[in-house]
Ligand binder design. Sequence first.
Ligand SMILES: [Zn+2]
Length: 172
Amino acid sequence: MQGTCNWKDCSEDRAGNSKYCWHHRAEARKNWKNSIEKKSQDRKQRYANFDRVWNKACRLAREESDKCVPTPMTVVENQDPLDDNSPLKKAWFVRSGVCGYAWLVVRPGNSSFAKWMRKNKDSRQAYHGGEHWSCPLRIQSMEIQIAYIHEFVRVLESELKDIKVYSMNRMD
Ligand SMILES: [Zn+2]
């Protein structure tokens, strides 16, 4: 005796090893297929939105960094490197200001967006958790990179829920 169908209010015999009758086994399979299909559609939509937000962030960040005029600095080298009052050996002017790096970190690192970045945007795991993405501008000016990353972070934070984005930088 196989017992009766598990479907609510159905008293038909079960079909083979199934916990449902023939009719409801087909029904259950159809529902399962639909839920897979739905998940795949949801993922496609989510990724399309990530693409849109990323492209927007790239565009606006580029505009901000183009507007940024870094503070020039004068670098001096004293004859005695341990004594700032010793005579100058050399001095030079650096128009692009302080050199360094800027990047952002997305948390949590196991969020859908972080995984998407890893796959599509050349990001990597951050040292203290989250996903690390470096400023893509090929310039040394830290101020310009910071302007870029700040705007990028602002767009991601305003467009995407369930993640936190941090702006990071380090002098060279
Ligand atoms: Zn049934």
